[in-house]
Design a protein around this ligand. Structure first.
Ligand code: HEC
Length: 172
């Protein structure tokens, strides 16, 4: 019984010393406290001026989606070598796994499709108007298997890819 009592007293002493130590440390703490650091409270500052164009009122995806195929045109010339070159890089990022290095659909993923993805050098694809081509890669083909890539590839990059695919026909 005595032993227990001594142990209890000892433990409370240790706890008390630890507590006092912590308080001492706390009072003499050298670093800033969260409550002392500068903070901005709601509505304290004037709202930041919003630059024009941050919220688009014109152009953008919705306009492209709504425009009919015949009217849909690339914002830049598709025959430009610089555009085609950028398009090639983008093709090898976004399309190659399905349409392949030789554009014939024989590729890592393409093989698992039956039939394989359309040959991009084919007459059918080369004859596509740019508007229809844009719609197909952006929003998919109704009842087809081309994936809609509008949320994956930005608008300009899609046109660049089209420029590149179209250039495949010219080189044949
Ligand atoms: C997930 C695989 C996949 C990816 C990624 C893909 N395609 Fe396809 N694509 C297909 C398949 C499958 C078809 C065949 C569609 C069908 O027969 O329904 C196709 C068809 C097409 C066609 C033919 C459309 C037509 O009217 O016949 C074009 C053009 C095309 N893809 C271009 C592209 C381009 C450009 C990219 C890259 C931006 C791309 N595809 C990315 C699988 C893919």
């Amino acid at each position: 019984m005595r032993k227990v009592l001594i142990l209890l007293i000892f433990l409370s002493l240790v706890t008390y010393i630890a507590y006092e130590g912590l308080i001492y440390f706390d009072r003499n703490f050298k670093y800033g406290r969260m409550r002392e650091t500068p903070a901005v409270r709601p509505h304290e500052e004037a709202p930041m001026p919003m630059e024009e164009g941050v919220v688009p009122f014109h152009g953008g995806e919705a306009t492209f989606k709504a425009t009919n195929v015949e009217m849909l045109k690339s914002p830049f010339p598709l025959g430009e070598p610089a555009v085609i070159k950028q398009g090639k890089e983008l093709y090898f990022t976004y399309c190659v796994h399905c349409h392949g290095r030789d554009y014939d659909g024989n590729s890592t993923v393409g093989q698992s499709f039956h039939p394989v993805p359309t040959d991009l050098k084919s007459q059918r694809v080369q004859a596509l108007t740019e508007g229809l081509f844009f719609k197909e890669i952006s929003y998919g083909i109704p009842n087809g298997r081309q994936p809609p890539l509008a949320t994956t590839i930005n608008i300009e990059d899609r046109w660049r890819i089209i420029a590149f695919v179209k250039s495949l026909g010219a080189r044949q």
